[in-house]
Structures are given as structure tokens and as C-alpha cells.
Design a protein around this ligand. Sequence first.
Ligand code: GLY
Length: 556
Amino acid sequence: MKKLYIAAFVAFAAFASGTHAAERPGHAAIASAHTLATRAGFEVLAEGGNAFDAAIAVASTLSVVEPQSSGIGGGGFFMLHRASDGKNVMLDARETAPAAVRESQYLKPDGTPNRDTALYGPLAAGIPGEPAALVWLAAHYGKLPLAKSLAPAIRIARAGFQPGQGFLDAIAGHREQIARYAGTKALLMPNGDVPKAGWTFRNPDLAATLERIAAHGDDGFYKGKTAQLMLKAVKETGGDWSAADLANYKVVEREPLSFDYRGWKIVTVAPPSSGGVALEEMFNVLSGYDLGAMDRAQRLHYIIEAMRRAFRDHNEYLGDPDFVKMPLATLLSPQYAAGLRASILPDKATPSAMLPSAVAHAPGMHTTHFSIVDADGNMVATTQTVNTHFGSCLVPPGTGVFLNNEMDDFALVPGAPNAYGLLGNKANAPAPGKRMLSSMTPTFVFGPERVGVIGSPGGSTIITQVFEGLLAFMHGDSAAQIAAKPRYHHQYLPDVVYAEPDAFDAATEKALVGMGYDIQQRGHWGFMNVVTWNLRTNKLDAASDPRHASGLGEVR
Ligand code: GLY
């Protein structure tokens, strides 16, 4: 027993220091939003691939089977943990603004914001980052050639599959925008209307695009035939991308944010995601309270007040680190957290209106997250997106690629809210080649005995989902319990606690209302995919969110 504990501690020290190899789990675990994607990951592991090859397989398969949420026409963030040397790195594959971006493109002739151009069609689309990430992963971290890791996605795109209700509902929700673009309509509404259950969706053009990437790497997407087809469609539908916009796209390896909370080490995304900064700020606030000694309502009070303050801050100051200077050292300092705690009354909610004003977020329900640990202990946490369902709804004919509508994540028009209610600020103003701010928060958590890989889609709720998921993990919950746990969310404005129907028992809700909280039920949200690794027993666990039928978490 003692020996096991020492082994676990050595493994933790290895992870935490990032200098030594970790213990091998001997099995692999994958949790993703689609059964076919999880299986594609295992298929590639069985071919001799590692977690990074499996991530390519899962991401490319999601491109085929869940194009409403993510795909090679979009982007994302990959958190990577390499077992051989303990390296943790953030691979930033966020989209970039084309050089021709102008505020006027997102205004109507009368000068008011044009929400349609911000969300649909070519002006809504940033230059995709996902293909470059897949190429980078294969070249720098994987063991297999790209062609092998992309093979399951290529096969499924050609053979087709029967989409579930979520996919069909997403088509129904965007019927009008899909009908605008011939390439998209031919794929999603081949008979002119929303397909019925039992329909087989095939995307052979996407298979051919993936084959070009497999054969030519970056050039298979950002140059040559795929690039020409995208440039032509973007131009014909009123957009303005140049060949250089595509050819110049680069992924960036960034130092993750890494911080400690009560003996746990959390490794998460840095800007241009706001999620990691918000997480660290919230945990810094909580570090001053003895949560374990409190009743549930009191504990929730401090957790919600930490959320309120982090959300007030995080959009105000954050943007693409290659373009803006951010006061991260101040925001993440213990002194700043102490100041925030000093503003929290022990028995009363702080009205958001009493805090200095800032921008606000509204939740969104798109995007995808998956988690992988392989038999050697390599790990991937990645959240990826085309933004809202089917992104811009523009599929350049001949590519099968759903172009994202990530430009809406910029503060396109000062003072005008985006799809998540985000108002304008300078740090996140668009500029040629700049990355738009994101809430995506793929995260690793390392403890002496357990390691977690966690994330979820859900716009601004991603951050609070991951926060609550980490607290549950630290409390000892299993992967399945973490993924299933009822959720609550506060984001500064609106000054409301959103709650899933079973988030609070009656007595807790009464106590919170007594403190001044406005609690509103708002159905269910999120699609969490979690892997946990118990270093003491060397057991992996994987779970996909029970709120959705399509996902699969599996250990093999
Ligand atoms: N597109 C949503 C996000 O990146 O947060």
C-alpha cells in the first residue's frame, strides 16, 4: 500500500514538475460527443497510434458526423500532455481575421449592427485553424502518418451514417440560412427540406478534402484546390479572403496557464481563451475560504460570487496575446483575489450593478469537447468549434467544409452584443490576422492520486461547467458523476443564477434566494466529456454527458 502511494506521489511530482515521465495506465480512454468519433480514436490507437494520433482521428471524424458543432472549417484549442517528458502545451488553432476585415462589413446602411453578416455567409467566417492543428499534431506529436489518422473520417464521410435527432434539429433551426448556399443545401437538404430520421448523410467532398490534407499537409487545405474552391465561393457570396490569408495561417504553441489550488495543479488554456484566466481567478478567490466547513448554500454563495467577479473581468481585458497587452499578472495575483474577497459579504449576494460595469456574456450551446488518455499516459483535452450550429452555413461547393462563423466572437461593432451578449471592447476588436476571444476551456487537473481531463461546449457556460467539474473532481466524484452533475451558472450580467432543474434542493434554493439571488431554471446545458485516471489503482474512467444520447466514453 505504502509502495503504491509512493508510486502515485512520484507520478504526481512528475506531472506537476513537467520534467519526468509519468506512470503508464496500460489502457486508453476516450470520451467524445459521438460514438463514431470515439471509435475512430480507438481504431487509430489499435494501429499503433498515440493519444495525439487519436485526437486527429476523433477531431476529423467529428468534422464528418457532428458538423453543426466543429470541423475542419473551424478551430479550437488542444491541451497536450506528453508522457515521455511531462511537457504540457496549449496548441492554439483559433481562427484568424482575414486582412480585409472592416467594421463597416458588420453594419447596415443605417449604421446599426448587421447581425446577419456577423453570423451567416462569408463575412462571418474566420480563416480556419483546425486543419493546421491536425497537420501539426501528426508532425510534432503523433506516431502515425496523417493518412492513417484521417482514414476513419474519410471512410465515414464516403460511406455515410444516419444522423441523430440533434443533427436534424440543427438543420431545422437553420433551414433558411442553409437554403441560401447551394453547397450547403445540397449536403443538408438534398430534397429541399429538413431530412427525416433514417436519412443517410454522406459528404464525399469532405472525404476528398481530407485526402488532400493527408497527402499534402497544410498545402492540401491552405493552398491548391481546396484553397481555390474556398476563395471562389467566398468571393461569389460577397466575402473577401485572399490567398495570403489562407497561406499565412499558422497554429501557435503557447505556454498553458498553470496554477495550484489546495494541492491540485490545474493546467489550462491561456488567451486567446478567456476560460483559463477566469478559472484561475475563481479558484484564487475560493482559496481564501474553508468551503469544506460550510453548509451547501454558504459554499454556493462564495462560488457564485467568484463567478460573478471573474466574468466581470475577463472580457474587459482579454484578447489575442499576439496583439494586446493584458494585465494578467494583476488579475491573477493573490492580492487581487484578496481584494475581490473583501468585496463579498458573507450573507448577501452582491448586485452586479454595484460592481464597476464591464461587458457581459450570454450562454451559447454549440461546440464540442473530447478527452483522451492513452496507454502511455499521453493526454489530450480539446475543445473545438465552428461557433453556432453549422457555423456560417456556407459550404464552398466541392469542399464539403462548413466554414465557421467565428468572426462574431470578436467585438465587431463597439457597443453591439454578439451571439453570446458580448459587448465591444478594444482588446477584442478585429484586426487582420488577429484571433478572436473564446470561452473554450479544455483543462487538465493533476493531484497526488488522481488526474482529470475535462471540458465541455456551451459558450460562456463552458467556464462555469469546467469550474464545477473541477470542484467535483477534487471532491472525489467519478467521471460519470462529474459529467452528470446538475449545473448552475452566473456570468455577472444578467444578474441571474441560471440553474438546471435539479441543481439545488429546496432548502438550499430558499437560502440562496434569502441572500438575494435571482435563480432561474433554464433547461439543461453542456456536453461534458471527461476522462479520469486514478494513479493509485492505475484505473482509467471515461464518461460522456448523459444529457446527450450520441456521446461515448470508453476505456479499452
Ligand atoms: N465560439 C465560442 C467560443 O469560442 O467561445
